[in-house]
Design a protein around this ligand. Structure first.
Ligand code: GDP
Ligand code: MN
Length: 381
């Protein structure tokens, strides 16, 4: 799970990585009070999960609360590469003497952690890697041993960070690595990690990806999810353990397996339609899951028809079909269903479907036929 900058910094502060003091704000009034509380110069930062906010005008300095409120009103609602700004992070402005880059990730091929450090921070790290790869110091870290003091110092030296403050930089790298490990992250990237005028090392930006498989060790991380749940239908689907993503079209899609659902979306587009969602019911879906998925779609007013595409492996087509028929009976579905099934027990499922086939439940023999029928029923294509 990718965190917003302010969430990453909140975690950094908790585990001892130095960050500027800051406050979250969602309105200009909150931005004003945050700036007043922090005092002095502040930076108003758009909280969107995309890089290059600075260049896009989503990061602005302000001299005090009034200016912070003015900058906040400019940034709130701004569209940064397709991400609309709903939240701001207001933090004490830092005096920047140097901008570094530091990241820790998992190198699956090497079965080790990988540290990347550079004195060329603040800019696009891909550009640094392409234009001056020697400026990017790399080090594989044995996860059992961890990042030792001398390794951290060597990284600082190789990356060409300021010599006079090398000890502090090495300590900062070690605390970032500790954060990466103790918080069970897939990625910790800080760009820029800065050297301040007073010789302190601070994380000025934070890109943190948490490993959701480790959430059982961090029950409090669940609260981070709330910040992402803007769409009420997505929230409902999440409560039911369904993988749902809202899209723009009118053909509701239900399938099992991400790959199958993606190719269903492609086929719908290919025959001239547009999907209203991505919904993967996962492996081993039975009656209950099917009912649950259909019920979620009934809350989406843009759906005009639902295309169900199931491949039976562990999932048994006859069970799924039972669920579909049952759901259609009790839920009073507002739209027709087009159903295509193949795989385990597909024969039985087709017989069941043929018995109930009508203008409300439309069986289809192939994916292509299903897509064409659904798109026609949606009045598209
Ligand atoms: P990004 O553009 O989305 O990566 O956002 P960053 O948080 O990395 O900020 C971009 C740039 O804004 C940084 O590299 C800094 O140059 C500048 N910036 C951010 N915070 C401060 C601050 O407190 N003081 C100053 N002077 N510049 C800042
Ligand atoms: Mn950055």
């Amino acid at each position: 799970m990718d965190l917003f900058e302010y969430q990453g910094k909140e975690l950094f502060a908790r585990v001892g990585v130095k960050v500027p003091r800051g406050r979250m704000a969602t309105t200009t009034a909150e931005a004003w009070s945050a700036a007043a509380e922090l005092g002095g110069r502040v930076v108003v930062k758009a909280q969107v999960q995309v890089g290059g906010r600075g260049k896009a005008g989503g990061i602005k300095l302000a001299e005090g609360p009034d200016e912070a409120a003015a900058r906040a009103s400019e940034i709130l609602g701004m569209d940064i590469k397709g991400h609309v700004v709903h939240r701001l992070w207001i933090e004490q402005a830092s005096e920047i003497a140097a901008e570094y880059y530091a990241s820790f990730t998992l190198d699956r091929a090497a079965k080790k952690h990988l540290a990347l450090v550079s004195a060329k921070g603040g800019m696009d790290i891909e550009a640094v890697a392409a234009e001056s790869p020697e400026a990017l110091a790399r080090l594989h870290i044995d996860p059992v041993i961890g990042l030792t003091n001398w390794q951290a110092s060597e990284l600082v030296y190789r990356a060409g960070l300021d010599r006079a403050t090398a000890r502090k930089s090495a300590a900062a790298l070690r605390s970032l690595y500790d954060a990466f490990v103790s918080l069970d992250c897939d990625l910790v990237e800080v760009n820029p990690l800065i050297l301040t005028g007073e010789g302190e090392i601070l994380a000025l930006d934070a890109k943190v990806t948490l490993d959701s498989n480790a959430f059982f060790r961090h029950p409090d991380f669940e609260s981070f999810r709330e910040a992402f749940t803007v769409d009420p239908i997505e929230a409902m689907a999440r409560e039911r353990d369904l993988n749902f993503i809202k899209l723009d079209g009118s053909v509701g899609i239900i399938g099992n397996g991400a790959g199958l659902v993606m190719s269903t979306l492609d086929l719908v587009s290919l025959v001239g339609g547009s999907a209203s969602n991505f919904l993967d019911v996962g492996g081993g879906a039975g009656e209950e899951t099917m009912k649950s998925a259909l019920e979620v779609l009934t809350h989406d007013p843009s759906v005009r028809v639902v295309l169900i595409n199931i491949f039976g492996g562990i999932t048994r087509c006859d069970q799924v079909t039972g669920g579909i028929i049952e759901a259609a009976r009790i839920l009073d579905l507002p739209w027709p269903l087009v159903v295509r099934l193949d795989g385990t027990n597909a024969e039985q499922a087709r017989v069941m479907l043929a018995e109930v086939a009508s203008d409300r439940i439309v069986p289809a023999a192939t994916m292509r036929e299903a897509a064409e029928k659904a798109v026609a029923l949606a009045g598209e294509g």
